[in-house]
Design a protein around this ligand. Structure first.
Ligand code: SAH
Ligand code: SF4
Ligand code: F3S
Length: 471
């Protein structure tokens, strides 16, 4: 397997920018302002990639639209994490035959994690002839060249060759949110958890240089962004490949010391690499949100070993206990998989007991989905779908009870929130710990930090009132 990262040179990025100029001229010659629709599936990494795709399209003269109907280019940025995610994409791609028939000059591109699987790109090639272009995450930076080729030749393009992955700095970006920004600090994953497709489709771990990350954060703060979320599949590995003595805690500390009224989040952490130093850093800096997303996947040591996770239940709990000893109000969230091949009823009960011991604020719960090419997809599994659904429902009921109790404990407290939008009558806001709060108020408050007194709750959200003088 190729292991060396390709760093895309500044000249190459400039060449792609120049191609955006050519695309603009192509449309100007026809007197048309073209429309682009970018649809994103999957996680924040894909959201961040889509903002770069939109950036390139805007640079190429496209106006963004939020519907496939009448769009001159459609880009579906896909996710391969579970079978269900892939089925949705195939369904939606199939339906695009009709939108293209109504707008024949429409060009359709598929990109993202699904396209990193040869079986998927082959299926697109042979069974979905209305798709004009396919590119994997490694080829995102060359989207302008691919688009121009399709526009000029009408021929289909496939840029899906596998590689260890690339780093491309300086791509244009069109951010969707004016207050909250994603900043990728690294790409790829080396962990090969036995159930997971990500390392196969996103390549090896590679870190951006700290200076590039600092510059992006400084620009965001200067532009008025109030929340920055640092992204990586396993942020605790940040810097290992650079060998310059900067780890993720150092990186966060530096950003948290930047001037400005903002807060800092990050995701995701792998428990095998999460350090006490990272907890110390979170505790030290007021700008770093007191929230930790620490996926545990299973509460049973045999299952964790089969998952290739490289930590035990005990080690995991030690981390949680350390974090809570420093920050008693630390908000903890996590991912968990139910029904890993061969997981017994007793092993599942270990997962439940871990949830009851940690008492997460929220959980992202998944039923195991076999992914072609991963070791877990070949493991024997005597348990039925009905067994797994039953366990899943039980787990959700346990967690919902905990979430509700945790939310109830907030009532009467005053929490600092970032007011980030409106949902009908009420403003929406997020606490430091990422909990959703609804409150009354005018639109002028959107984008402000404020203290809110919590006066009610449900399993999923809190309600509150603005404290006088806090806005
Ligand atoms: N890098 C992150 C996870 C990214 S994927 C981490 O290691 O924490 C997000 C979540 O999807 C994982 O934490 C896992 O719970 C779930 N997941 C991944 N592959 C899965 C599969 N094949 N079936 C079910 N859930 C899966
Ligand atoms: Fe997947 Fe594991 Fe990597 Fe997370 S750490 S992306 S679960 S292989
Ligand atoms: Fe999906 Fe790729 Fe993210 S597989 S979860 S979009 S890294």
């Amino acid at each position: 397997m190729e292991t060396k990262t390709t760093v895309i040179s500044p000249e190459e990025i400039r060449r792609q920018n120049a191609i955006c100029g050519e695309i603009r001229e192509y449309w100007a010659a026809q007197g048309v302002t073209p429309l682009a629709f970018v649809d994103t599936y999957g996680c924040q990494q894909n959201e961040a990639d889509s903002e770069r795709i939109r950036g390139m399209l805007v640079e190429a003269g496209y106006a963004l639209t939020d519907t496939e109907e009448g769009a001159d280019v459609i880009v579906l940025n896909t996710c391969a994490i579970r079978e269900h995610a892939e089925q949705r994409v195939f369904g939606n791609v199939g339906a695009l035959v009709h939108t293209k028939r109504r707008h024949p000059r429409q060009k359709i591109f598929l990109c993202g994690c699904m396209m990193g699987q040869p079986a998927v790109s082959d299926r697109i090639k042979h069974s979905y002839p209305h798709v004009d272009g396919v590119f994997s995450t490694h080829h995102l930076w060359e989207f302008p060249a691919l688009l121009l080729r399709v526009l000029k030749t009408g021929k289909r393009v496939f840029a899906v060759e596998d590689s260890a992955g690339s780093i491309a700095e300086g791509l244009p970006v069109a951010r969707t949110n004016k207050l909250k920004a994603w900043v990728s600090v690294m790409y790829g994953c080396n962990n090969f958890c036995s159930y997971c497709i990500v390392p196969y489709v996103r390549g090896r771990e590679r870190s951006r240089l700290p200076e590039e990350i600092y510059r992006e954060c400084e620009d965001l703060i200067a532009a008025g962004y109030k929340e920055i979320t640092l992204l990586g599949q396993n942020v605790n590995s940040y810097g290992k490949d650079l060998g310059i003595g900067v780890d993720f805690a150092d990186l966060m500390a530096h950003i948290a010391e930047l001037d400005g009224d903002f807060r800092l989040r990050f995701m995701t952490s792998h428990p095998k690499d999460a350090s006490f130093k990272l907890f110390d850093t979170i505790a030290k800096y007021p700008k770093i949100c007191k929230q930790f997303h620490l996926p545990f996947q299973s509460g049973n040591d045999r299952v964790l070993k089969e998952m290739n996770r490289h930590y035990t239940r005990e080690q995991y709990l030690r981390l949680v206990d350390y974090g809570r000893s420093l920050m008693p109000d630390l908000v903890l969230t996590s991912d968990v998989i139910v029904g890993f091949p061969g997981e017994t009823e007793e092993e599942f009960e270990d997962t439940i007991s871990l949830i009851e011991r940690v008492r997460y604020d929220a959980l992202f719960t998944f039923i195991f989905s076999p992914r072609g090419g991963t070791p877990a997809a070949k493991m024997a599994d005597p348990f039925t779908k009905a067994d797994k659904n039953r366990r899943f429902d039980r787990l959700c009921a346990v967690q919902n009870g905990i979430s509700e109790e945790k939310h109830r404990a907030y009532v009467g407290k005053t929490l600092r929130v970032l007011i980030d939008g409106r949902d009908g009558e009420l403003l929406t806001a997020r606490t430091d710990g990422g909990r959703l709060v609804r409150l009354a108020g005018g639109d002028e408050l959107i984008g402000r930090f404020a203290d809110v007194r919590i006066d009610g709750c449900t399993t999923w959200s809190l309600t509150g009132r603005l404290c006088k003088g806090s806005e």
